[in-house]
Design a protein around this ligand. Structure first.
Ligand code: T3D
Length: 265
């Protein structure tokens, strides 16, 4: 595995790759390097057949506080930042890869997720949070629009009304409220997050990886096309799934009344 400065990466024997944002002194706020390291780690994970599920989490007491604002002060840095370039080159490739990569990605939210840090969690496939986690669409508080696809993801996750509330007010949303709203899939006590994350990540890693990838493809497509277009697309995807080794294993396991042993191919 590549060595990074601001990102820890660990692949276990179950095929679970854990990526830990590692700038704990500033709640894992993103500097340029951390964004590029995460881009590379996700690209590598996509290509590596040994990786069958990915966990994204943060070091210390936070998940991520979004963009590192220390590099954004004109007074301190003497130049107006080009946020369009920053989004295009740093954040968009991460969000795009999280949604398009055909492996399951689980956000393990170990504390505050603010700004682009929250968007990052929303772009993952599943979210498990500890009770101390909180979510803040902090953008409006600093005079920005929600980025890293938050305005695209949030209405799909929680509906238009709640998405507007989150974006316009930038209020702190507790883990319990996030669970009620469907913003996260599970909330566990703080001391159980690591174990609960590993259980879920292993379950995903032991799944039929190709079918899981096709499920992501199907869901992504379904959000932007009409029913007839979707049904035609779905038939093609099922044709592909039906040719995998894991499908035959699933059928055999059912008929033989035993748990399936999926190989991810
Ligand atoms: O710029 C672009 O490229 C465009 C993209 C923008 C994407 C964005 O994400 S914009 C939004 C940026 N994020 C924020 O506005 C959130 C700022 N942070 C906060 O509001 C609070 O820190 C939190 C609500 C997240 C947590 O509050 P709390 O009280 O638990 O912690 P704290 O004391 O505020 O923070 C702890 C330390 O982290 C502190 O450093 P210090 O004083 O101990 O040296 C704080 O300054 C630092 N920190 C927190 N967030 C950031 C940060 N440092 C730099 N950038 C941050 N975003």
């Amino acid at each position: 595995m590549a060595g990074f400065e601001f990102l820890l990466n660990e692949l276990d024997e179950h095929g679970v790759l854990t990526l830990t944002l590692n700038r704990a002194d500033c709640l894992n706020a993103f500097n340029d390097e951390m964004s590029f390291e995460l881009q590379k780690a996700l690209k590598d994970a996509e290509k590596n057949a040994d990786v069958r599920s990915i966990v994204l989490t943060g070091a210390g007491r936070g998940f991520s506080a979004g963009q590192d604002l220390r590099s954004r002060s004109v007074a301190a840095n003497g130049a107006t930042p080009h946020l369009g370039d920053s989004i295009r080159e740093r954040y968009s490739p991460i969000i795009s890869k999280l949604r398009s990569m055909e492996k399951p990605v689980l956000a393990s939210i170990n504390g505050v997720a603010a700004g682009a840090g929250a968007s990052l969690a929303f772009a993952c496939d599943l979210r498990i949070a500890n009770s101390s986690a909180k979510f803040i669409q902090a953008f409006v508080k600093v005079g920005l629009i929600p980025d890293s696809a938050a305005c695209w993801l949030l209405p799909r996750l929680v509906g238009f009304g709640r998405a507007m509330e989150l974006a316009l007010l930038g209020d702190v949303i507790s883990a319990d409220t996030a669970l009620q709203w469907g913003l996260v899939n599970q909330v566990v006590p703080d001391d159980q997050l690591t174990v609960a994350t590993q259980q879920l990540a292993q379950q995903l890693a032991q799944g039929p990886t190709q079918a899981i990838g096709l499920i992501k493809r199907a869901m992504n497509k379904a959000m932007s096309v009409d029913l007839d277009t979707y049904l035609a697309y779905e038939a093609n995807l099922q044709e592909i799934a039906g040719r995998t080794h894991d499908y035959q294993e699933g059928v055999s396991a059912f008929l033989e009344k035993r748990p399936a042993q999926f190989a991810g191919r």
